[in-house]
Design a protein around this ligand. Sequence first.
Ligand SMILES: N[C@@H](CCC(=O)N[C@@H](CS)C(=O)NCC(=O)O)C(=O)O
Length: 201
Amino acid sequence: MIKLYGTSKSRSARCLWALEELGVKYEHVPVEVAQAKSPEHLKRNPNGHIPVLEDDGLTLFESMAINLYLAEKYGKTPIWPAGADQHGKVYQWSFWGMTEIEPRLMAVLINRMFLPPDQRDEKAATQALEALKAPLKVLDDTVSRHDYLLGNDFTIADLNVAGVMSFATLAKVDFSAVPKAQTWLNKCLGREANQRVRGLK
Ligand SMILES: N[C@@H](CCC(=O)N[C@@H](CS)C(=O)NCC(=O)O)C(=O)O
C-alpha cells in the first residue's frame, strides 16, 4: 500500500493532489511540520522534511521527485504524456517551478508571515516579488498560447507548477499584469482532485 507522510497544510499537498488526480489507493499519514525532525520521521527522511512517499519497498523524499515518480508509474496520457520530448517538457516546468518560483514565494511568506515581526525583512519580500515578475510573464505567455503548459491537456507539469504556485494567494502576489497565468492557476487549483486534498488533515 502506498503511504504518503505529511500534513496537507505543507508541500505534501502537491503529492496528495497527484495521488488524488491519479486515482491510486494510498494511506495518508498526516505528519505535522513540527514532527518532521522526530526520530521516527528522520528514519524515513534524514533531511527531516515532509513529504515522504513509501511504495512497495521504495522510500522517496522531495515533492517533485515523488510526483514525477507517481505520474510515470501510475499515470497514463495525458497526465503523464508519452515520449522523451514531452517528458523533457514535464521536467523543465517542474524544475522551473522549484527554482524560479518557489524560493521567491517562500521569501515573501517568510518575511511577511512566518518570521516573528521583529525578524522580518520587508526589503527581501519586495525584492522577491519583483524577481517573480519575469518568470510569471514567461508563464503568462505560455498559457496565452495554449490552455496548459504542454498544450491542450492538464499534465503533471501543470500540477507541479500550480502546486508550487498555490502559495501565491497567501503571498498576495499581484497577477494584474499576468491575467492568463492567474486564469490558468485558478483552473488548475480548482480541479476536484485538489479540492479533495483541502479536506485532508
Ligand atoms: N524541497 C523539499 C522541501 C520539503 C520541506 O521543506 N518541507 C517542509 C514543510 S513544507 C518541512 O518539512 N519542514 C519541517 C522542517 O524543516 O523542520 C520538497 O519539496 O519536498
